[in-house]
Design a protein around this ligand. Structure first.
Ligand code: PGA
Length: 256
C-alpha cells in the first residue's frame, strides 16, 4: 500500500520567516488528525528555519525547492544539500519544470542532484512532464520516457523506491487547466510500466507518483481516487492553509 504524499510548493510566492510561520500556525491544527497521508511543505530557503520551528513536532514535514549537487565549496549562490539537512529539511523537490525551463536544468543535472540527495539522505521528489505542444503532437510518452531515462539514470532499485515522482504536465501548472483524471492516470500508469520494465513489478508498485498542475480542493478528490495517483504537488492552492488542508483531507479520503 503506497502512502499518498501531498507537497505544498510555495515557489517564490511566500517565504519570509514571518509569512512562513503565520501560514503554518494556521495550517498545522487543520490537519493534525491526518495519519494516512504524508504532508510536506516547501518554502523558499529564507522560510525554512522558521517553518521548521512550527512543524518540527507535528505530522508536517519540511521540504526545499532546490539544492546543488556538491556539498561544499566555491559555488557562489548555490545551496548545499548537507546544509539543508542540518536545518531539518527532509524532502527535496528536484527538476521542477520551472527549474528546467527558466534555469536550463537538464536531465543530466537533475540526475546528479538526485544521486547526491539520496546519498545525503534527503528524500527526493523529482518532477517530469510535457509541454502543451508535445502533448498536442502526440509526443507525451516519448518525452516522459526520455526524462525518466535521463533523470533516473543509474539509480539502484532501492534508490528508485525512495524517490517520489511528480508528474506535472507543464500546460497544467499555474494555468487553472488541470489534466483530466483519465489523462493523468494514463501517464501515471505509463510511468509505472517504465519502472517495472527497468526494475520489476514490485519496485513499480512501491514508487509513489504524485500528480501536479492546478490541483484545487474541487478537483483533488477525483484525481486522488485514481489507482496510480498517490497524492499531489500543489503550487497555488498551497499558499492558503484552508485550501491546502482540504486537499490533504481529500488524499486521506482516497485511501479509505
Ligand atoms: P500549481 O503548481 O498547483 O500552481 O499549478 C504546481 C507545481 O508547479 O508544482
Amino acid at each position: 500500500m503506497r502512502k499518498p504524499i501531498i507537497g505544498g510548493n510555495w515557489k517564490m510566492n511566500r517565504g519570509t520567516p514571518k509569512e512562513s510561520k503565520e501560514m503554518l500556525i494556521d495550517f498545522v491544527p487543520l490537519i493534525k488528525n491526518v495519519i494516512n497521508v504524508e504532508v510536506v511543505i516547501a518554502p523558499p530557503f529564507t522560510g525554512l528555519i522558521s517553518a521548521y520551528e512550527i512543524i518540527k513536532d507535528t505530522n508536517v514535514k519540511l521540504g526545499a525547492q532546490n539544492m546543488y549537487y556538491e556539498e561544499k565549496g566555491a559555488f557562489t549562490g548555490e545551496i548545499s544539500p548537507q546544509f539543508l539537512k542540518e536545518i531539518g529539511v527532509e524532502y527535496i523537490i528536484l527538476g521542477h519544470s520551472e527549474r528546467r525551463n527558466i534555469f536550463n536544468e537538464s536531465d543530466v543535472i537533475v540526475n546528479k542532484k538526485l544521486k547526491k540527495a539520496l546519498m545525503i539522505g534527503l528524500k527526493p521528489i523529482v518532477c517530469i512532464g510535457e509541454h502543451l505542444e508535445e502533448r498536442e503532437t502526440g509526443r507525451t510518452k516519448d518525452v516522459i520516457e526520455n526524462q525518466m531515462m535521463g533523470s533516473f539514470k543509474d539509480l539502484t532499485r532501492d534508490q528508485m523506491i525512495q524517490t517520489v515522482i511528480a508528474y506535472e504536465p507543464i500546460w497544467a501548472i499555474g494555468t487553472g487547466k488541470t489534466a483530466t483524471p483519465e489523462q493523468a492516470e494514463e501517464i501515471h500508469m505509463f510511468i509505472r510500466e517504465l519502472i517495472s520494465q527497468k526494475y520489476n513489478q514490485e519496485t513499480a508498485d512501491s514508487v509513489r507518483i504524485q500528480y501536479g498542475g492546478s490541483i484545487k480542493p474541487q478537483n483533488a478528490e477525483i484525481l486522488f481516487s485514481k489507482e496510480n495517483i498517490d497524492g499531489g504537488l500543489v503550487g497555488g492552492a498551497s499558499l492558503q492553509s484552508e485550501s491546502l488542508a482540504e486537499i490533504v483531507q481529500a488524499a486521506e479520503k482516497s485511501i479509505q
